[in-house]
Design a protein around this ligand. Sequence first.
Ligand SMILES: [Zn+2]
Ligand SMILES: [Zn+2]
Length: 346
Amino acid sequence: MQALVKTMKGTGCVELRDVPVPSIGESEVLIDVKACGICGTDLHIYHDEFPYYPPVILGHEFSGTIAAVGGKVRGWAVGDRVVGEPHTMACGICPLCRTGNRQVCPHKRSPGWGIDGAFAPLMRWPEPALLHRIPEGLDFTTAALTEPLANVVTDVLLTQAVMAGDVVAVAGPGPIGIMSALVAKAAGASRVIIVGTSDDEAMRLSLCRSLSAIDHVVNVQKDDLVTLVHDTTSGRGVDLFIEASGARAAMQTGAQIIRKLGTVTAIGLTGKTNIEFPYDAFMMKSVRYLFNISTRYESWDRAIRILASGLIPVDGLVTHRGPLDQWQSFFDALLSRKALKGMFLF
Ligand SMILES: [Zn+2]
Ligand SMILES: [Zn+2]
């Protein structure tokens, strides 16, 4: 079968390769991949900015059906429609695992960077306990948004970062930023502001302008964000700043517009070892600054319910979809911000 493989360490080093169909063990299942989104993580791996174990098939934002079931697997059958939490190979015995935090176990190796992932028509899935059922009526393309949405659910909802009535600003109008804005509004935010740059105008900010849940769409290079926030909040500043850009300039902006005793929640990575950070400005405002990586059971369960109920409009997010052999043009479009979400269909 054809798979998109990160072949070795270094920048680039990604190619379509013929690989054997995976075999499964007694406690594993084989997934017939139907859709798999391209994540910021895949792009970070492309640029050698995220840990990985080459050669490895990329891709973790999958939806699919179960194609084969090992003899010892209970609760799952061939044909079941599934998505899966990527917390495979967690050890189960370290303090993190034993306190219910397998998502940050140091031994974890996820599909798509630690073990072979879902940029391939078939994927070996070693831990059926990490699967979630896709409800009836939820299509595979939308279901493949569960993983990124689960990250948003974790960082925006499970942290209790947002409260009804909050004025919320989101930096970074990519898929994560837009879903964060939509989730914050669905959770009761009174005003939601999304902030991008001129590079985001063509694709990302124009989609944001079409979404009624987003009250203000700001191009920080053209519009006066500080005055907008001042006027919107009677001079207080925003209650919640969602940092979904990983950009240094956005953190400076966040320090300017967050209110005293406000909350910042950081989603995603900068891709850099060090970044200039307005430490004292956040300190002087007694800001609660939340870091989190990865997701847990409840994130997935809740993300699936949000998608299945249509609580947030995600239709416009997937701008590029097609077969695996279009990977180079999809990656290029994403890296140049001419795409919002790319997705491979099988
Ligand atoms: Zn992802
Ligand atoms: Zn562990």
